[in-house]
Design a protein around this ligand. Structure first.
Ligand code: 5GP
Ligand code: ZN
Length: 307
């Protein structure tokens, strides 16, 4: 397990306050929280605003469950880059004798997962993965644009209330030729800032990297940051000193195009990009910015939330 980043006083206070007010509910597992009706209503408001921000482009809308195909994740290269974040679903598939052994292990608090068999599913690590295989073949002249949302899992237990193990991610996924995809991502940067400002959030955009595993991963992260392949929109959740990524705009070059046989209309390997929104993180940024009493939020947000 990766070490849990230590939380400073401001972080702890904000989290405790969210628990005290019942906006979040502890489950005994760091990064896995229940939510109050109000908190989820705020998440629903954020979802509507994100959907509205992309609606003019008339994306195809697809929704997937929180589990996805194991074969897809094997094929996507996820396990090469992020084996430490993956969550896989393994289930009991044994004899009565195996069952007795399992119960003995549970009782003696040993690892009872050893006898479980792999299933065809893993927990979705990001909303966009199930989209790429659907894009295989030659794209229409203008490429494709998909609006997708799902509950995602990443094994990152942490006391930082902004780092959840299970969270909802909304994404717009674009596939086309390189030039079209880059222009599309560029056009989203201003929209992301506009969307954040509309919610009253102070944000800045920074080049970032994914948490690739191991020594090779560190090199990949440097290269990703250097080439500006991942841009993050940062906002205060745990205070101004350590802003959190509430949105990201990722350019995958031809990575998924190669892996999933996606071709642009001109026959070249398609490039892809996704713009991702962490719905709980945006909701938390709103509580941080406007206060935990939603009745005192700016009127346009209260109206939009129906609060
Ligand atoms: P990415 O794939 O860029 O890491 O994640 C996409 C978006 O999902 C991020 O911009 C962020 O808003 C959200 N996200 C990523 N990791 C977490 C997390 O641990 N907790 C929460 N609540 N949101 C996350
Ligand atoms: Zn994505």
């Amino acid at each position: 397990m990766r070490p849990t980043p230590s939380a400073d006083a401001a972080t702890v206070t904000f989290r405790e306050e969210l628990f005290r007010r019942g906006l979040l509910v502890e489950t005994g597992v760091p990064g896995v929280y229940g939510r109050s009706g109000e908190f989820d209503d705020t998440v629903a408001l954020v979802e509507r605003l994100v959907m509205a921000a992309g609606a003019a482009d008339r994306p195809e809308v697809l929704r997937f469950p929180p589990v996805t195909s194991r074969a897809l994740i094997e094929r996507s290269g996820y396990l090469g880059s992020f084996p430490h974040l993956a969550g896989v679903v393994r289930c009991f598939d044994g004899s009565e004798r195996d069952h007795r052994a399992l119960l003995r292990a549970v009782e003696s608090r040993e690892d009872w997962g050893v006898g479980l068999a792999a299933t065809a599913v893993v927990l979705a690590p990001a909303a966009c993965y199930p989209v790429y295989p659907l894009l295989a073949g030659t794209l229409p002249p203008d490429g494709r644009l998909v609006d997708v949302m799902s509950c995602c899992f990443r094994h990152e237990p942490s006391d930082d209330v902004a780092r959840l193990q299970s969270f909802r991610m909304y994404e717009y996924v674009r596939a086309a030729d390189a030039q079209t995809v880059l222009a599309w991502r560029e056009s989203w940067l201003a929209r992301l800032v506009h969307l954040a400002h509309g919610m009253g959030l102070d944000v800045r955009i920074e080049a970032a990297s994914d948490p690739f595993f191991g020594r090779t991963g560190a090199l990949l992260a440097d290269s990703q940051r250097g080439q500006g392949l991942k841009l993050e929109v940062l906002a205060a959740i745990n205070g101004e000193h350590a802003p959190t990524a509430i949105m990201s705009a990722n350019y995958h070059q031809d990575h998924f195009g190669e892996l999933f046989g996606i071709r642009a209309h001109d026959g070249s390997v398609a490039h892809t990009s996704c713009v991702a929104f962490g719905l709980e993180r945006i909701a938390l940024a709103l509580y941080r910015r406007h206060g935990l009493d939603r009745a005192r939020w700016p009127q346009h947000l209260r109206q939009a939330a129906g609060a």
